[in-house]
Design a protein around this ligand. Structure first.
Ligand SMILES: NC(=O)C1=CN([C@@H]2O[C@H](COP(=O)(O)OP(=O)(O)OC[C@H]3O[C@@H](n4cnc5c(N)ncnc54)[C@H](O)[C@@H]3O)[C@@H](O)[C@H]2O)C=CC1
Ligand SMILES: C[N+](C)(C)CC(=O)CC(=O)[O-]
Length: 320
């Protein structure tokens, strides 16, 4: 049976890569018992390495009472992983058929009524819930990397998802310390990834055409708009571009620029040259720092920003 969001204490994470592992670290830090399952032979070793790497940042953020890494169990089968779950988070590879089959298996394995969320970056749940016996409890809970530090989760159901399941998941994520946007309709890419993708496509066009380097693109955000976006979104930020006249003056003043050819939203062809250009550009930008170095740097940066802007994730609410 589905517990109340406040009473849920046992989370199952299926798929334990970058995002599944990040979810595991988040739920452990918020004081949950976590069971993970992943079919890869080296999955447990990699998962524990990810959690260990994240833990110092989570300590700096503040752990919930009772939070401990030894509350993680890695189950031998998907069925074992789901047997006692109060909530299931699926984070398997972004392949539609795989997600469909996996969600149907999770639905067959999880206790009656328990909500099952997919971390998908963009598939609508309507397209993923087709094989499940009980599609009403399947929904999207889209996180941001790393889920143990970035607060946002976008929650949205599919055509056959029950409204109660969406409400349950939104409340559950809030209790678990996340910041939730509950969408009332499906949109490929949800909200944030549609925005990110627009920027990303333009960045790829600029690299493909030799118009800007990877380093210039990254600096243009971190030394520019990215500083504002950490605490004020693009709409309010641009309202300030209108001075005392706010958004109305901004639109009067800069509205005509919308007709200028500033963006090319169709994605560029990801051919070998662009692929290699992006990989080599990122290696240059890393300037000798390993992926582990960059993860540690990113984690510290996110914590500093959350602290500086008064938005440390809330500690888990007391259970009744
Ligand atoms: N990487 C990112 O920045 C983000 C990814 N996502 C979404 O999260 C999901 C997972 O992506 P990543 O963690 O990046 O991928 P990943 O490749 O790092 O991890 C995927 C994991 O799933 C496991 N796996 C393979 N087949 C499986 C199966 N049949 N059942 C269960 N697990 C299986 C793999 O062994 C691997 O450990 C995707 O849906 C992706 O779109 C969402 C937000 C951000
Ligand atoms: C790259 N990505 C599309 C998988 C990213 C996301 O889905 C969200 C994020 O972490 O930015």
């Amino acid at each position: 049976m589905r517990p109340t969001p406040e009473d849920a204490t046992r989370v199952t994470c299926v798929g334990a890569g970058v995002i599944g592992g990040g979810w595991v670290a988040h739920f452990l830090a918020r004081g949950y018992d976590v069971t993970a399952w992943d079919p890869a032979p080296d999955a447990e070793e990699k998962l524990r390495r990810l959690v260990d790497a994240a833990w110092p940042a989570l300590i700096r953020l503040g752990l919930a009472d009772g939070a401990a890494r030894d509350r993680l169990t890695v189950a031998p089968t998907l069925e074992d992983a789901c047997a006692q779950a109060h909530f299931v988070q699926e984070s398997a590879p972004e392949k539609l058929e795989l997600k469909r089959d996996l969600l149907a298996r999770l639905d067959a394995a999880a206790p009656e009524g328990v909500v099952i969320a997919s971390s998908t970056s963009g598939y609508p749940m309507t397209e993923m819930q087709t094989g499940a016996e009980n599609p009403g409890r399947l929904l999207v809970g889209h996180p941001f990397n790393p889920p143990y530090l970035i607060p946002l989760v976008e929650v949205v159901g599919g055509e056959r998802t029950e409204a109660d399941a969406v409400a349950w998941a939104s409340r559950f994520y809030e209790v678990a310390g996340k910041s939730v946007i509950t969408m009332d309709r499906e949109l490929p890419g949800f909200i944030a990834n549609r925005l990110q993708e627009a920027l990303w496509r333009e960045a790829l066009h600029m690299v493909a055409n030799g118009e800007a380097t990877v380093e210039e693109i990254d600096d243009s955000i971190t030394e520019g708009p990215g500083l504002r976006w950490a605490f004020m979104g693009p709409c309010l930020t641009f309202a300030l571009a209108g001075g005392e006249g706010g958004m109305a003056h901004m639109l009067d003043h800069f509205g005509p620029s919308l007709k200028s050819p500033w963006t090319r939203l169709e994605a560029p062809e990801l051919d070998r040259a662009l692929y290699d250009g992006m990989v080599e550009g990122c290696e240059r930008a890393a300037n000798g720092r390993s992926i582990a170095d960059l993860v540690a740097e990113r984690d510290q940066g996110v914590i500093d920003i959350l602290r500086a802007t008064g938005r440390l994730p809330g500690r888990r609410e007391e259970r009744k």
